[in-house]
Design a protein around this ligand. Structure first.
Ligand code: NAD
Ligand code: DAU
Length: 372
């Protein structure tokens, strides 16, 4: 079978970076081209080790740059676009929706148009695919006894982030129905694992606990999320790409619904255990309560709730399971253990992201890109 030539947008972000590591390991003969604007959320160190591979190429650029996208697609004879690039943090979308509209909506439309221009309305290109990586947040919120989201659940997004992803999903489907573009979409629940930017719940709690800083839990901590280890998400996307399923949408989930407060307490227990058992870690993280025999849970602080905070997400992934047999490989317990251990072993990756000067630089650049 001829090798595939992938354009991975957002490949320096959390899931995108995990995806290109996964792909280069499992499909060694394929060409992988990452296009990433390197916003505050993009990190070259996450994919540094891949840059020595002949099959790998990194290009810094914006998905809204039509000329660049078309040029790359032609130059590299791209036959698969795996589209991760997005503004992804709900809290940031509440403070500044503009960047979300620009990247998630305008950027996605731009990529669709480029694919259409280069691939020519899907005709005569049976190996082409535009896979759009989306979220369960498009479906809105669930009450305790509501059934889990299925692919036909009506869209009802709450945050500007979710609304921008919902809009992008609609455009992807419209390009299939109207122009025959060969698309697929996946809507996944909360991911966690290596290379996760420490503004999201799990990595934020880990790095704060290690430094003895408070663990801010929104509202009463009863909000429920379904968690999936990031490598399982990458494997699910691989299975969707391999299937003959143009025009289809698949939900992906971890079957691991957990209230935020329980999740944070579990993380605290894991850190207490790991640091409590290691004099070296106790010396390295002297401000962590576990280093002096206390529990990280003493850092839990209830703070003001997120406006429009969805109460519960739950995924029914029966369609994907029936089509491919996909099951998550990690349980929440094993996945959290791997994640805590990764953050303990990779301080050189996350420490610079907490540096104040870096944060200021990010802030300035983030504002500038919002204005442009
Ligand atoms: P992330 O914020 O960690 O990474 C996003 C990447 O996109 C960054 O590398 C950033 O530099 C890049 N980017 C942003 N704007 C760009 C632009 N205009 N042009 C080119 N690159 C740009 O995000 P993530 O958590 O890895 O999420 C990836 C995708 O998966 C997103 O589309 C998100 O909606 C979706 N998703 C995420 C989760 C999750 O739990 N994180 C769950 C389901 C779906
Ligand atoms: O469901 C998929 C979505 O999961 C993705 O589409 C998003 O890109 C991704 O960021 C994530 O969104 P959430 O808003 O669910 O993730 P976050 O880590 O920001 O928050 C998880 C839960 O924890 C949520 O209920 C809010 C809460 N929270 C979050 C932070 C950052 C806190 O209680 N305290 C915090 O400091």
């Amino acid at each position: 079978m001829p090798a595939d030539r992938l354009l991975v947008t957002g490949g320096a972000g959390f899931i995108g970076a995990n995806f290109v590591h996964y792909w280069t390991q499992t499909h060694a003969g394929d060409r992988v081209v990452v296009l990433d604007a390197l916003t505050y959320a993009g990190n070259l160190p996450s994919i540094e080790s891949l840059r020595r591979l002949e099959t790998f190429r990194f290009v810094q650029g914006d998905i809204r740059d039509t000329a660049l996208v078309c040029k790359l697609m032609r130059e590299e004879r791209i036959n698969r676009i795996v589209h991760f690039a997005a503004e992804s943090h709900v809290d940031r979308s509440i403070h500044g929706p503009d960047a979300f509209i620009q990247t998630n909506v305008v950027g996605t439309c731009n990529l669709l148009q480029a694919a259409r221009d280069v691939w020519g309305d899907g005709k005569g290109t049976p190996d082409c695919r535009f896979h759009h990586v989306s979220t369960d947040e498009v479906y809105g919120t669930l009450a305790r006894d509501d059934p889990a989201f299925v692919e036909s659940t009506a869209y009802d997004p709450s945050s500007p982030y979710a609304a921008s992803k919902a809009a992008s999903d609609h455009f992807v489907r419209a390009y299939h129905r109207t122009y025959g573009l060969r698309i697929s979409i996946s809507n996944c629940s909360n991911n966690y694992g290596p290379y996760h930017f420490p503004e999201k719940l799990i990595p934020l709690m880990i790095v704060n606990a290690l430094s003895g800083r408070e663990l801010p839990v929104y509202g009463d901590g009863s909000n429920v999320r379904d968690w999936l280890f990031v490598e399982d998400h990458c494997r699910a996307i691989d299975q969707i790409l391999r299937m003959d399923c143009v025009g289809e949408t698949y939900n992906i989930g971890g079957r691991a619904e957990t209230a935020n407060l329980d999740l944070v307490r579990n993380l605290c227990r894991l850190l207490d255990e790991t640091i409590g058992a290691s004099p070296r870690l106790q010396e390295h993280y002297p401000d962590c309560p576990a280093a002096r025999g206390s529990s990280c849970a003493e850092l839990i602080t209830f703070v003001a709730d997120r406006p429009g905070h969805d109460w519960r997400y739950a995924i029914d992934a029966t369609k994907l399971r029936k089509a491919t047999g996909f099951q998550p490989g990690e349980s929440l317990v094993s996945g959290l253990r791997k994640t805590v251990s990764w953050y303990l072993q990779n301080e050189a990756w996350w420490r610079p992201l907490l540096d104040e000067r870096y944060a200021q630089w990010v802030q300035q650049n983030y504002k500038r890109s919002e204005r442009s």
